[in-house]
Design a protein around this ligand. Sequence first.
Ligand code: P6P
Length: 300
Amino acid sequence: MISGYVRRAGLVDVLGTYGRTNVQGETQQKLDVIANETMKQAFMYTGRVCVMGTEEEAEPIPIPEQYNPGKYVLLHDPLDGSSNIDVNVSIGTIFSVYDRKTGSGPGTLEDCLQKGRDQVAAGYVIYGSSTVLVYTAGHGVHMFTLDPTIGEFRLCGHDIKTPAVGKYYSINESYYQRWSEGYRAVVRAFKGVEDSEHRKNARYIGSLVADFHRNLLAGGVFMYPADSKAPKGKLRLLYEAAPLAFVAQQAGGVASDGVTPILDIQPTELHQRTPLLIGSREDVAFVERTVAEVDAVAAT
Ligand code: P6P
């Protein structure tokens, strides 16, 4: 349904802004709002979900008694990267699923604030050159492509594993002046400034799902560190970092905030931000090691 709107964005009146800002203070694109409403309608009446948390709304959305609240918690970013919609850059929906913690009835914020390691499923849909669903339920990562001729998702990747060392590094280099010395050293190494041992190709789309998906398949490391302007990073823990961290882990990759595994972070707020370092396990380890070493020296 969301793919249908995205693919017609230039033809129906869904481009441009909705004239409001969301809880993040970000200008809502019309497609953001449509995607959020689509996700809510799709899961409100299934009897499978007791509460939803969405990037687009400040508070959790409990499923009312009359709709038979179910045993799962659904957290989602209905359309991530939406600033790219009007310029036809790939965007995506990210989702994260937990078992409820409360007993019965409409779910609560407590049900939403669970560690990523307790997810029972997670994944994303990327609206790119094709519409691709990638998910894990804790038994490997599997990929499906929407076949528009039959309206079905068809398996195109079973038990995907991400390379231990990747081809790409992804970071917004316009923030160079805000980074710690450690991240500056990492990027210089990836550029091959001193030597070519860690040299990689730079790829940064500015759409998390697209950057993550490319690195998942080809290997690579995505970095959105904390910096002088974003001391907690920009990306959201519950419906961006944690679901992608679960997918990365199941594909043999890893994700941290630079120090702590993303999956071990105990959330305290629905929309809390986190620095994010995610992708090929040896690349992530190199970044963590280099940043720790260089920033320790810089601190003395
Ligand atoms: P920056 C898109 O707005 C988004 O939330 C992610 O999809 C993307 O990775 C990031 O922000 C890009 O942020 O600061 O590099 O423009």
